[in-house]
Design a protein. Structure first.
Length: 93
């Protein structure tokens, strides 16, 4: 949260977050992602999140991209992505 606050002092147009849920309890993850969504809305800041906690990030994302070996293998509106589609993108048929 401190890092987010420091970054927001600069009023960025785009904010890049790398694994913001790393090492947090489930309750703290939920609160953190709620805060991130509020930042996006309140400050009109675009936020790019690199995250392995797919379920949590899809709950707040507008769009999602899945990468495999550095290549985009899936892109869609986050609400359209199901666990089956994500699994298929990573593991194939």
């Amino acid at each position: 949260m401190l890092a987010l606050g420091r970054a927001l002092m600069l009023r960025p147009e785009v904010l890049l977050l790398d694994e913001p849920s790393l090492g947090l309890s489930p309750k703290a993850v939920k609160k953190s992602f709620e805060t991130i969504k509020n930042i996006s809305t309140q400050f009109k800041t675009s936020i790019l999140i690199g995250e392995q906690n797919v379920k949590s990030v899809l709950e707040i994302a507008d769009r999602a991209y899945a990468l495999r070996l550095g290549k985009v293998v899936l892109t869609d509106i986050a609400a359209n992505l199901t666990p089956a589609r994500i699994k298929q993108a990573f593991l194939g048929d």
